[in-house]
Every structure is written in structure tokens, then in C-alpha cells.
Design a protein around this ligand. Structure first.
Ligand SMILES: Nc1ncnc2c1ncn2[C@@H]1O[C@H](COP(=O)(O)OP(=O)(O)O)[C@@H](O)[C@H]1O
Ligand SMILES: [Mg+2]
Length: 301
């Protein structure tokens, strides 16, 4: 790899949401501030929405790191779970004893008991779900019922949802109007501006140990911002490929050619996957026609 070539200690543009690489950009800082402030109110049902690759999972991890100590968190990274599975996952996260074994009926009761226990110990409990757009309908409803659990003065459980914009489309339907009304705070992550992309690239390189001369000219950064549409994950993909190409040519400076090649490489992966899609559709189509011919005309092909 290019670590030695560029004098890096780590890869600067990996796709893992690693909080060490966190760049304090306006959208992410604002979202974090909204989350922490809302959770302090004790009535938080918070939603953070953002397109794929805008930094939701990173933010989720950042929140888990920065949340004050008296909070107990239940973190569900992949909520493609049926209501009972969701309940069980929450119970496990909250440390309900024998959560994997007890019956479904007992589960809700035990969760409630555990919440009261934590509450009496001075804790606030937050359920954090990443990829919340993937929650099945009934589980969204189960989630709403969870937030009914309260004492006379306080909610026993606050909820934070990180989701792609599809969640908003679902919440806009009448079926989910009750859940929608519960949401007390929302934040929508926007893409990065050109200036933010510049700061983002420099900061990640710096964290990865880069100490040399500027690798990306201002004009080049501007192009990266345009092509990536300010989506952090796409910036990472492009920058990583550009560094690989430049290393392959023994060069220390990144150029427009590297960017063009990186774009081409990225596009070609996309178009080859859509090609596979068209081929599979074609195969299915042919199979249907053959089936029809055999059934109706007894044709054996
Ligand atoms: N503010 C930020 N600082 C540093 N890296 C970021 C930031 N926002 C996003 N990233 C990076 O972009 C990539 C995609 O982020 P991720 O959280 O996986 O997006 P999402 O969950 O919205 O699809 C990750 O590598 C992540 O580390
Ligand atoms: Mg994610």
C-alpha cells in the first residue's frame, strides 16, 4: 500500500466510521449538539436523517462516546428485526437477566422493571437505532409503545433514530402519524460544501500522519467536491483511489488525471453491477417465455 510512500501511519480514507478521524464539520457538530441537548430534556424522541454515506453511523458512534455518564445506552446497529426480536435485543442491551430465554410475555414486563430500576439508580436510558429506515412496520409501532413507558414525571426510555430519507417518506403516511407526532427533535444531515470538503480531506490526512506538502490543490479539491456531491463516503472512495494511482506511478502529487481515473474506476464498478442486473433480468425473461411456450404449445426447447 501507499503508507510508506506518502509517509502515513494509517490509511486516511477507509470506509469504516472511525471516530478518531472525526472532522468537526458544521452539520455533524450541529447534529451532535441537537442530540445532546434534546436528550437532556428527558423527553427526547430524536431523528437524524441523512443520505447514504453522509456520516450517520459515525455520528452514532460519536454520540455513544460523548453521551454523559449517567446515560445508559441500548445500541441496535441493524434493526431489521421483528417486534419480538427488537424487544429481545433491547432487553439484552439493557442487561435484563436471561433475556434470551424468557418468554415474549415476560419480556416487556422485565424491560419495564429494568427501566424502573435504572431510573431509580439515577440513570437515563436511551435506545439508539442506526439504519432505522429498515425497521419493519410492526417494529416501528413496537418502538412507539416502548416510549409509552413512563413514571408520573418522566419518560423511562428516550429514542434516537438514525435513518436514510426513506424513513421520512414512511412517517409521512397516515399509518405512522402517531409515531411522527412523538418525534420531538429532528435533524437532517446535508452534504459538505466545497470548503468543508477541503477541510475534511486535510484533516483526515493529518490524522493519518501526513506531514508533507499539500497533496490536493485547491482546484483539485473543488473537483472532488463536485464529483462526490459533498458525500463523505464518496470523497473517501475517490481520494483513496487517487492515492493508490499516484503511488502506482511513483508520484507525490495528485493531479486531474488521477481524479479522472478514479472516477472512471468508480463508474465502471457501478456499471458492471448494473450490467449484471440487466443480464439477470434477461435470463428471467427468457425463462418465463420458455415456460409459457412449453405450457401452452408443448414446445420442448
Ligand atoms: N464528520 C466526519 N468526519 C470524518 N469522517 C466522516 C465524517 N462524516 C462522515 N465521515 C466518513 O464518511 C464515511 C461514511 O460515513 P458513515 O457514517 O458510514 O455514513 P452513513 O452511515 O450515513 O452511510 C465513513 O468513512 C466516515 O468515517
Ligand atoms: Mg451507516
Amino acid at each position: 500500500m501507499y503508507l510508506y510512500h506518502f509517509g502515513l501511519t494509517e490509511l486516511p480514507f477507509t470506509l469504516t466510521p472511525n471516530t478518531v478521524f472525526y472532522v468537526g464539520l458544521e452539520p455533524h457538530n450541529e447534529a451532535l449538539a441537537v442530540l445532546l441537548t434534546a436528550l437532556k430534556t428527558g423527553e427526547g424522541f430524536i431523528k437524524v436523517v441523512g443520505e447514504v454515506g453522509t456520516g450517520k453511523t459515525l455520528l452514532c458512534r460519536k454520540l455513544l462516546n460523548e453521551i454523559p455518564e449517567h446515560f445508559v445506552t441500548a445500541y441496535i446497529p441493524n434493526p431489521y428485526l421483528k417486534p419480538d426480536e427488537l424487544r429481545r435485543a433491547v432487553a439484552v442491551e439493557l442487561g435484563v437477566k436471561q433475556a434470551q430465554r424468557i418468554s415474549v410475555q415476560l419480556l416487556t414486563q422485565r424491560i419495564q422493571q429494568r427501566l424502573l430500576e435504572l431510573h431509580s439508580e439515577g440513570h437515563s436510558v436511551v435506545l439508539i437505532l442506526d439504519e432505522a429506515q429498515a425497521l419493519p412496520e410492526e417494529s416501528l409501532e413496537a418502538l412507539r409503545l416502548f416510549t409509552n413507558l413512563e413514571t408520573e414525571t418522566r419518560k423511562l426510555l428516550q429514542v434516537v433514530l438514525f435513518a436514510q430519507p426513506e424513513l421520512d417518506t414512511r412517517l409521512a403516511t397516515t399509518k405512522f402519524r402517531q409515531l411522527k407526532q412523538r418525534i420531538t427533535f429532528s435533524y437532517r444531515l446535508r452534504p459538505m460544501t466545497t470548503l468543508e470538503v477541503q477541510h475534511y480531506i486535510q484533516h483526515r490526512l493529518q490524522v493519518a500522519g501526513y506531514k508533507g506538502a499539500a497533496l490536493f490543490s485547491r482546484a483539485l479539491t473543488k473537483k472532488v467536491a463536485k464529483v462526490s456531491q459533498g458525500i463523505p463516503r464518496l470523497v473517501n472512495v475517490l481520494c483513496h483511489k487517487m492515492l493508490m494511482l499516484s503511488y502506482g506511478q511513483g508520484q507525490y502529487q495528485l493531479t486531474n488525471q488521477h481524479l479522472s481515473a478514479a472516477i472512471k474506476d468508480t463508474e465502471s464498478t457501478e456499471s458492471s453491477s448494473s450490467l449484471k442486473w440487466y443480464i439477470s433480468i434477461g435470463v428471467v425473461g427468457i425463462a418465463i417465455v420458455i415456460g409459457y411456450l412449453i405450457k401452452n404449445y408443448g414446445v420442448i426447447v
